[in-house]
Design a protein around this ligand. Structure first.
Ligand code: FRU
Length: 478
């Protein structure tokens, strides 16, 4: 199967919407990041992949590696749906090193013929590699054949994330209750990655927290335990939860004796239109890095006309501050910076282009004096008929990402309400078909795909009041 794909010369790299420094599939479809890890001196990123078309289909695990988290090398497909227990898809999962070998733990997805395509079965499986490239599925798969709790659905039971604690392996798996559709996380434990025992229902949805929890991650960040997951079925509440599915976190405490995770409230990790199924890994120097799918289910994806679909976010470092998670761009991304253009103390009274600040890729950092600026817009990827606008009003402390006139693709707005305070710093990453805005050192992030014409490259600073007071603007060309 790998040979067939690698001898197919056609790939989408370099086509008009294809990112320059974000991870994306060489050709075909991509969704969730999988098996994100540091192994043998480099980062490995696997992903949900359908190599034969730019549509979702029987899932393979695509594979790429990177030393700096922004230059990605494509490797052969790691695992394909070719066994009785994963014949309809190798669904999401994670990776861990044991005795020098790299283990992948994933969900085998099967649609038994007797079910007439209506239902599927999901079990947890492993594959192993001694070189980080060639993987062999375990002869004893599946290693977790059922959810272990009679109330849990065996149909929606997926996305194992494995870690090691005090010499034992643990895995959280996405789940829901069978009878009444309540999202939950199941915890399993193992001595050897091959034999697993049900431990607990670690956490379960209350109120508006959804009918199914996908893609769980468990981490300790700055001394606090955190459960990150992607709940489906949360209803919109005002400007919050506008996407079809959500991704966020709960800070808490996992009792390894009982397996119960006691926790605080759920918060989103990103407020843009396109962010889902994030996965974390730990760097050799102890940072927690997250990569998410920079797309959303059921959205229009104009890159499909060039035979690919889906890309990842930039890697983000997670930190805990004031009881919340802050996401900042991984420091490795500074390696992308080439030319630096900066301005200080600007007082703009009309829409202004700043000399040498324009482009379709790069990093733009704007520090606004919100004490003296009631409202402003920053227009990105401006062309004759299109623009993507970051809008802000100080009275409401509301930041809006407006892609109603962004070009091809979905047109909508997303909003985030910021904490009170005088400061507003925006750090914006532009790539060919994406924008990611890091607000106030990671207090909030907004990530969305945009599909402007290649020629739409202007950046315009627009005062919506007397003046737009800017402490500093820096643009790094990549
Ligand atoms: C999340 C998800 C996972 C599943 C995978 C299938 O986006 O639905 O729960 O494993 O995608 O591609």
């Amino acid at each position: 199967m790998n040979e067939k794909i690698s001898t197919d010369k056609k790939n989408s790299i370099g086509t008009k919407f294809y990112p320059v420094y974000h991870a994306a599939p060489p050709v075909g479809w991509m969704n969730d990041p999988n098996g994100f890890c540091f192994y043998n001196g480099e980062y490995h990123l696997f992903y949900q992949h359908h190599p034969y078309s730019a549509e979702w289909g029987p899932m393979h695990w695509g594979h790429m590696t990177s030393k700096n988290l922004f230059e990605w090398k494509h490797l052969p497909i790691a695992i394909a749906p070719d066994r009785f227990y994963d014949k309809d898809g190798c669904f999401s999962g994670s990776a861990i090193e044991k005795d020098g070998q790299l283990y992948l733990m994933y969900t085998g997805h099967v649609i038994p013929n007797v079910f007439k395509q209506k239902l599927h079965l999901q079990t947890q499986c492993i594959a192993r590699s001694a070189d980080g490239i060639n993987f062999e599925k375990f002869s004893g798969n599946p290693v977790i054949g059922n959810p272990g709790d009679h109330r849990a659905s065996k149909y929606d039971f997926r996305d194992p994330k494995v870690w090691k604690h005090d010499g034992k392996f643990y895995a959280v798996v996405g789940s829901k209750t069978e009878e009444d559709d309540v999202g939950q996380i199941i915890l399993f434990e193992s001595e050897d990655l091959e034999h697993w025992n049900f431990k607990s229902i670690a956490a379960r949805a209350t109120e508006n927290l959804g009918y199914m929890w996908e893609c769980p991650n468990f981490a300790t960040i700055d001394g606090k335990e955190v459960l990150i997951f992607s709940p489906q079925g949360i209803k919109q509440e005002g400007i919050v939860y506008q996407n079809v599915y959500q991704s966020g976190y709960m800070i808490g405490n996992l009792n390894y004796e009982t397996g119960i995770f006691t926790h605080e409230d759920f918060h989103l990790l990103d407020y843009g239109s396109d962010f889902y199924a994030p996965q974390i890994t730990e760097t050799p120097d102890g940072r927690t890095i997250l990569i998410g799918w920079l797309d959303m289910w059921y959205e229009k994806m104009p890159e499909q006309e060039d035979d690919w679909a889906g890309m990842m976010t930039v890697p983000r470092e997670l930190r805990l501050k004031d009881g919340k998670i802050f996401s900042v761009p991984a420091k490795e991304l500074e390696g992308l910076r080439k030319e630096k253009i900066s301005y200080e103390k600007l007082s703009l009274t009309e829409p202004t282009k700043l000399e040498k600040i324009s482009g379709d890729i790069g990093e733009l950092i704007v520090d606004v004096d919100t004490g003296k600026t009631p409202a402003f817009g920053i227009e990105l990827r401006v062309g004759e008929k299109e623009k993507t606008i970051i809008e802000y009003t100080e009275a409401e402390k509301l930041l809006i990402l407006n892609r109603k006139r962004s070009g091809k693709g979905p047109g909508d707005t997303r909003e985030v309400e910021l904490n009170p305070g005088k400061k507003l710093t925006l750090r914006i990453y532009l790539d060919k078909s994406s924008v990611e805005i890091f607000i106030n050192d990671g207090e909030a992030v907004m990530s969305s795909r945009i599909y402007p014409d290649e020629s739409s490259r202007d950046i315009i600073f627009v005062p919506w009041g007397n003046s737009f007071e800017i402490n500093s603007v820096t643009f790094y060309k990549f």
